[in-house]
Ligand binder design. Structure first.
Ligand code: ADP
Length: 217
C-alpha cells in the first residue's frame, strides 16, 4: 500500500506516520527527514540544501525527486510524507510508480487551524540522537530535555521558529492547492480533521481506506 500524507507544517503528519509504521510495518519516506539527515551528516547534498531548509525555502525538485526515487523501489507498504510538494513532483512520482508497476492507493490531506499548527511547532522538540519527536505539553519526555529512548538531549528543529513558520505556511498555502486538486481528480484524496487528539486523528486515517481493515495489504 502506498499512502501520501499532505498538510501544513505542524499538522501532525509525522506522528500519524509513526503510528501507522508501528501498526502495519509501513516504511516512512519523509523528504524533510531525508534532507535533515544529509545536513546532520554534513554530506555534499547536506551542505547544498542547508541554507534553503534553514530559510524555509524548497530545495530543487530534481534533487528531492532523486532522493525519494532511490527509496521508493523497495516494495511494501510506504508512507510518503512531505513529498510530493508540488505538481511537478507529483508527476515525477507517478512516472516512477508507472515505470515500476506500482500504484498510489491514498492521499490524505490533514487540516488544522493556524493557531493550532503554530502551538504544535512551538512545543515540538526532537532528539539529537534518535530523532524521536516530543510535544512539551502533550507528550513531554520523562526527564527534562532528555530523550526517553536513547538519553540524548532534545533540541528544536532549526526551522521551527515563529518567523519561519509563517514562511513555511505561506509556501504551503501557495503550492498545495493544485496538488490537492490533482489527487481529488484522481479520486484518492480523503480529508482528515487533524485538530483532534492524535488517537482520534489516527482512527480517522484507519477509517479512510478499506485496506487498513484488511489483515495484509
Ligand atoms: P514542514 O512541512 O513542516 O515545513 P518538512 O520536514 O516536511 O517540514 O520539510 C523541511 C524542509 O525540507 C522544507 O522547509 C524544505 O526546505 C525541505 N523540503 C522537504 N520536502 C521537500 C520537497 N518535497 N521539495 C522541496 N523541498 C522540500
Amino acid at each position: 500500500m502506498l499512502v501520501i500524507l499532505l498538510g501544513p507544517p505542524g499538522v501532525g503528519k509525522g506522528a500519524v506516520a509513526r503510528k501507522l509504521k508501528d501498526a502495519y510495518a509501513f516504511e516512512i519516506i519523509s523528504s524533510g527527514e531525508l534532507l535533515r539527515r544529509e545536513i546532520r551528516e554534513n554530506t555534499e547534498i547536506g551542505r547544498q540544501v542547508e541554507p534553503l531548509v534553514s530559510a524555509g525555502a524548497l530545495v530543487p525538485d530534481d534533487l528531492i525527486i532523486n532522493m525519494v526515487k532511490e527509496r521508493l523501489l523497495t516494495r511494501g507498504n510506504i508512507i510518503l510524507e512531505g513529498f510530493p510538494r508540488n505538481v511537478r513532483q507529483a508527476d515525477a512520482l507517478e512516472q516512477i510508480l508507472e515505470d515500476n508497476g506500482l500504484q498510489l492507493d491514498l492521499a490524505l490531506i490533514f487540516n488544522a487551524p493556524e493557531d493550532v499548527l503554530k502551538t504544535r511547532l512551538q512545543q515540538r522538540r526532537i532528539c539529537t540522537g534518535c530523532n524521536a519527536v516530543y510535544h512539551m505539553i502533550n507528550c513531554p519526555p520523562i526527564r527534562e530535555n532528555i530523550c526517553n529512548h536513547c538519553g540524548s538531549p532534545l533540541t528544536k528543529r532549526l526551522d521551527d521558529d515563529e518567523v519561519l513558520f509563517r514562511t513555511r505556511l505561506e509556501r504551503y498555502l501557495s503550492s498545495s492547492s493544485p496538488l490537492i486538486d490533482h489527487y481529488r481528480d484522481l479520486g484518492i484524496l480523503k480529508d482528515i480533521n487533524a485538530d483532534l487528539p492524535l488517537l482520534d486523528v489516527y482512527y480517522q486515517v484507519l477509517g479512510s481506506n478499506v485496506k487498513f481493515t484488511q489483515e495484509s495489504f
